[in-house]
Design a protein around this ligand. Structure first.
Ligand code: HEM
Length: 331
């Protein structure tokens, strides 16, 4: 996870300028698959809710794995469950309590609790997994003409070649292309990210030098957490901050790309999210297609007030209770 600044700049460039375009056929193909899956389910079992939480996690995993590693890992199989197990474990470890984060002189306690060996095992597992993926990409017998993924591009950079453009991939037709989106999904996404940022405390930082913030002296080497959740609900910035009101963004210059410190769901500065543009485009497109293709209803007996936004503990917000809604196929 910790990458040097020069490499980071390179990766950000990679994600923002090349990947967004390149990932387009994959993104649209995966969203089409999702829509088809829901359509089938709504025809076969009308009135039955679908588990949207599970489907969105699966959509995210498929897109990221295809764009980054060149294949889907969400189908059944040993390889898939292995990859999912690693991801779940890293989430759990990153969200766990480490004594050394709060009391640096007590690092020994993390060894006693077994957290250090758990972390190291997870890193080793990931290294092994990534090495296998890299070896697959280096294999000369690998299918030629296959869509380039991030590993391919990184290997090219390693060979100090130029990053070449994306070659005329056929666009898979998902129902609503990105070019057709209007303001609505964008404002809904901003409002959702304002109220429910995916990483409420961003990633921890460490101060390099002493600094004074609001009259408080912060010594060097202190862990600093930026509360993006609280920033998004600050009553000095936002009118009726707890209300879900996407229209507030119509005509507003506040964006969530790290330039406006009132809204930082992707962080800001040098360690902000390198996958931001890809993340935004993917969520907006998925949301627009889900709304365009289906009417969504509550399962029988469920009321609006029964919807909850409880989340599981961890560094990233995951819904505790799955969102289950009934898709009505109106096309
Ligand atoms: C809606 C989708 C996404 C959200 C809300 C999101 C949010 C975030 C946030 C808040 C951070 C921490 C930034 C900070 O502390 O300043 C982060 C870091 C990161 N994100 Fe994302 N992200 C998303 C999508 C993605 C995607 C699609 C990728 C890769 C394909 C990605 C890769 C990363 C990486 C590698 C970091 C660590 C950067 C570093 O430590 O320098 N993210 N993300």
């Amino acid at each position: 996870m910790i990458i040097g600044e020069r490499r980071k700049i390179c990766v950000v460039h990679l994600f923002n300028s090349v990947r967004v375009q390149q990932s387009r056929p994959i993104r649209e193909d995966e969203i089409s698959r999702l829509i088809e899956k829901i359509s089938k389910s709504s025809v076969a079992n009308s009135d039955q809710p679908v588990n949207l939480s599970e489907m969105m996690i699966s959509l995210t995993n498929s897109i990221i794995c295809r764009v980054a590693l060149g294949k889907r890992y969400d189908d059944e199989g040993i390889e898939s469950s292995r990859c999912h197990a690693f991801l779940q474990e890293i989430q759990a470890v990153l969200g766990s309590f480490f004594f050394s984060d709060y009391f640096p002189y007590m690092g020994w306690a993390d060894k006693l609790t077994g957290m250090i060996s758990r972390l190291e095992k997870n890193f080793k597992d990931f290294d092994k997994f990534y090495q296998e993926v890299i070896n697959e990409h280096l294999d000369s017998k690998r299918q030629q003409g296959k869509q380039e993924d991030i590993i391919d591009v990184l290997l090219q950079i390693k060979k100090e070649r130029h990053i070449c453009g994306w070659h005329g991939h056929k666009r898979s037709e998902c129902d609503l292309g990105y070019d057709l989106l209007n303001e609505a999904p964008k404002t809904v996404l901003k409002e959702t990210m304002r109220l429910q940022p995916v990483l409420p405390l961003l990633l921890p930082r460490e101060t390099i030098d002493k600094c004074i913030l609001d009259g408080y002296e912060i010594p060097p080497k202190m862990m600093v957490l930026v509360n993006a959740w609280a920033i998004g609900r600050d009553p000095e910035t936002w009118e009726n901050p707890d209300e879900f009101y996407p229209e507030r963004f119509i005509g507003s210059s506040i964006d969530m790309k790290g330039q406006n410190f009132e809204l930082v769901p992707f962080g800001a500065g040098r360690r902000s999210c390198p996958g931001m543009v890809m993340g935004i485009v993917t969520v907006e497109l998925a949301l627009a297609n889900l709304l365009y293709k289906f009417d969504w209803e509550m399962p029988v007996g469920m009321k609006k007030e029964d919807l909850d936004l409880d989340s599981l503990p961890g560094i990233a917000m995951h819904k505790k209770n799955a969102l289950r809604l009934v898709p009505k196929n109106h096309m």
